[in-house]
Design a binder for this molecule. Structure first.
Ligand code: 6MZ
Length: 365
């Protein structure tokens, strides 16, 4: 097996609807095409196009959401995405998704998330650990039930992946809609929801619209990660850093002042190399901020962002960083291992992941 695949990895920045297999998207598009709901050849062309600007990427997401936003499909894509990450030895996955309403399908944000949980439970070829921290009682009911957790014995002898969920606020949403997502996240904490993400088209929406919901989430103990500096917006970048999120994603359009602030705060950065290059938020890898952050020892974690949309994988991102920046396998292994420090799950999971990396360190050559 390829070394990069064999190495245990931690994925902290993966959007559910960006991580769908092309084959599944094509199948869904064909079905809707047959029912006359989309024009299949147009959709096929969009799905198979792999170089997209940032603006085109968000149009692509709107199309994906047309194909996927019903309960059954949300369950299916969740199951497949987890299987795909597990197959390449991702041992801990923080999967993020935007809870959605789709009135025509009887879907609200809560039922969308129930469909996601159903997808977690549907995975059978690998053991999925979705249980949150021991101080949450998994029998306490909120209308959504936990199954694959420590309340039941596991002992299956199968490969294991820890999955935790982040609920995303889309930058198109209102303050009220953002607050609804945070309240849902709080209601689902015993089911593996550990935090909140702010994402969506970075040229849409104002930071102050989301701030009340993000502040409330933080007060309630949810951990926050923000898409920060995907486009040049110095005022917003400073406001986001002042908010002190637990992590940020991207950090592509930072100036000297913003780098200095980020580094003094030691905020971990989720780095998505292929995504940044494909969307042209960074023009080439030799000027990517990965190199500076890595050499200065700043906390970073390599992630995919949207493995489906950008045709990448976590193994691929590690291999790419190694070859582009001349970093040896042993150091890349250490980089993967360091990511355990930045996960939103608690100490028990961190300790268990340390053991996974200890074991791999002995066996990987
Ligand atoms: C900002 C992004 C993103 O939530 O429907 N998303 N937001 N920047 C990016 N970089 C390219 N990639 C994905 O997954 C898709 C949604 O995630 C956000 C967008 O809001 C997109 O609609 P979910 O599962």
């Amino acid at each position: 097996m390829n070394w990069w695949v064999s190495m245990p990895k931690v994925e902290l920045h993966a959007h559910l609807n960006g991580s769908i297999r092309d084959s599944t998207l094509m199948e869904l598009a064909r079905e809707l095409g047959d029912r006359g709901l989309v024009h299949f050849p147009d959709v096929e062309r969009v799905i198979l196009k792999h170089d997209r600007s940032l603006t085109e990427v968000f149009k692509m997401f709107d199309l994906i959401h047309v194909l996927t936003t019903d309960h059954e499909t949300v369950t299916r894509i969740t199951k497949e995405v987890i299987e795909d990450f597990a197959a390449e030895n991702v041992v801990y996955l923080e999967l993020r998704t935007t809870p959605k309403k789709n009135v025509s399908k009887g879907m609200n944000k809560k039922s969308y998330m129930e469909a996601v949980l159903e997808g977690l439970r549907a995975v059978s070829n690998v053991e999925v650990d979705i249980f949150s921290e021991p101080n949450f009682d998994c029998r306490a009911s909120s209308g959504i039930s936990a199954r694959n957790n420590e309340c039941e014995s596991n002992g299956t002898g199968k490969k294991k992946i820890y999955v935790r969920l982040l609920l995303s606020i889309d930058r198109r949403e209102t303050t009220e809609a953002a607050m609804e997502t945070v309240k849902l996240a709080l209601e689902m904490r015993h089911l593996g929801v550990v935090g909140i993400d702010l994402s969506g088209n970075p040229i849409i929406g104002e930071w102050l619209t989301f701030l009340p919901a993000l502040e409330f989430a933080k007060e309630q103990g949810l951990l926050i990660t923000l898409h920060c500096g995907e486009v040049p917006n110095q005022v917003e970048i400073h406001a986001m850093l002042d908010f002190l999120p637990a992590r940020i994603g991207h950090a592509c359009c930072f100036g000297e002042e913003e780098w200095a602030k980020l580094k003094s705060l030691k905020l971990p950065v989720e780095i998505c190399l292929t995504s940044n290059i494909r969307t042209e938020t960074i023009s080439s890898l030799d000027i990517h901020h990965f190199a500076d952050l890595y050499t200065s020892g700043h906390p970073i974690v390599l992630c995919t962002d949207d493995s489906g949309v950008f045709s990448t994988s976590v193994s691929g991102e590690y291999s790419l960083a190694s070859s582009s920046f001349g970093i040896q396998k042993r150091e890349m292994f250490q980089l993967a291992r360091n990511a355990v420090n930045f996960i939103f799950a608690g100490n028990k999971v961190k300790q268990e992941l340390e053991q996974v990396f200890d074991l791999a360190a002995k066996t990987l050559k």
